[in-house]
Design a protein around this ligand. Structure first.
Ligand code: DNO
Length: 355
């Protein structure tokens, strides 16, 4: 497996490539181009610019996280074909320029949701946290109504954006879960043959949190749904980002068993830990098994025994040692996490004579 580190280019990250290259065992970064609007083509010039910036530090750029999917595709609108065509062009351009794995998600309206980005921890660090009751209060539909009725304003949340999200949420209330799966299949059937031709492995990220929120459809949440997803299109290029933090938020998911079952289709692993206070309340803990609910040894063992040869990255870190960075993506705690995972890998492999 190849250890990689998420990094946001073009001035969007306080963590530098010069720092990342000093983390032992790091082969490359996982990058993106957030400046390109969702639905537009990533042209080769900008991909090459990104590649050369990263290569200057001796790092690889083989994984992109993410090329986001235009909402019209998820909604199944007639305009989706244009956006799918653009997505295919982007895959081709990425493939031509050395990208081998593309992480994306199919979550409606919003990406991952947390109720707090910097919750103080007992040891003085700060971690992201999720409290279900609090998340429910943050429903954009409720916030939008409050804005209209009593001029409520939430710092950092643009009123237009909240209103648009509320309208999107409403749209999905009129769509069945089945229709949502159909829209997903439509996308996969169009895109996967092109991903094969370009040798870019598609790796869908689980829904986070992996349970119903705001009445929105949910897809990648547990073993049953993952089985269904993989059977929508049987190509090995239709694969998974196995995120232990997202899937591990659902206490009913047996992560090592899921890894063993889905291993041939896992192209990318995000490995982190969570600590539960209640079934739907958790903090994102340090990576160490002892700090959370997941057994990292069993997770690494399952990956190694299944012959996992994809990319792996430490995931959300806490803010430690006074660091101020993009939530979940500071340098220090993720660097610690990577060394722990590499240590487990070395120990497991040596003890079993695996090269
Ligand atoms: C959170 C990330 C997700 C992930 C996307 C993939 O930190 O793991 O935002 O990048 O869901 O499209």
């Amino acid at each position: 497996m190849k250890m990689v580190f998420r990094w946001f280019p073009f001035g969007e990250d306080s963590v530098t490539l010069a720092q990342i290259r000093q983390i032992p065992g790091m082969t490359g970064v996982v990058s993106c181009i957030p400046q390109i609007p969702v639905g537009e083509v990533w042209d080769e010039d900008i991909i090459r610019k990104l590649n050369s910036e990263i290569a200057a530090y001796g790092l690889e750029n083989e994984v992109i996280e993410s090329v986001n999917i235009h909402e019209d595709i998820k909604k199944g609108l007639p305009t989706r074909d244009r956006y799918i065509e653009n997505y295919i062009k982007t895959i081709r351009n990425l493939g031509k320029n050395g990208v081998r794995c593309l992480c994306y998600n199919f979550m409606p309206v919003m990406d991952w949701a947390r109720s707090e980005l910097a919750r103080p921890q007992k040891d003085g660090s700060f971690a992201m946290s999720y409290r279900h009751e609090k998340a429910l209060e943050m429903n954009p539909a409720i916030l939008a109504e409050k804005m209209l009725s009593d001029g409520f304003y939430m710092p950092g949340w643009e009123p237009d954006r909240i209103a648009a999200m509320a309208a999107d949420i409403e749209f999905y209330h009129n769509m069945t879960q089945d229709e949502y799966w159909k829209n997903m299949k439509y996308f996969l059937d169009a895109v996967i043959p092109e991903a094969e031709a370009s040798d870019v492995k598609m790796a869908i990220h689980p829904d986070d949190p992996p349970w119903e929120l705001y009445g929105l459809p949910k897809v990648i949440t547990n073993a049953e749904n993952i089985r269904k997803f993989l059977s929508l299109n049987e190509s090995p290029y239709n694969g998974l980002t196995f995120c232990t933090g997202s899937l591990g938020s659902n206490v009913h998911n047996d992560l090592p068993a899921m890894i063993r079952e889905f291993a041939p289709r896992i192209h990318f692993a995000h490995v982190r830990n969570v600590f539960h206070f209640a079934e739907q309340d958790f903090d994102e803990s340090a990576h160490l098994s002892a700090c959370g609910d997941q057994d990292m040894y069993e997770i690494m063992l399952a990956l190694i025994e299944s012959g996992f040869e994809g990319y792996i990255r430490p995931d959300h870190g806490r803010m430690i040692w006074g660091e101020q960075a993009r939530a979940g993506y500071g340098l220090y705690d993720r660097a610690l996490g990577s060394q722990y995972l590499l240590g487990l890998e070395e120990a497991i492999k040596k003890s079993r004579g695996i090269k």
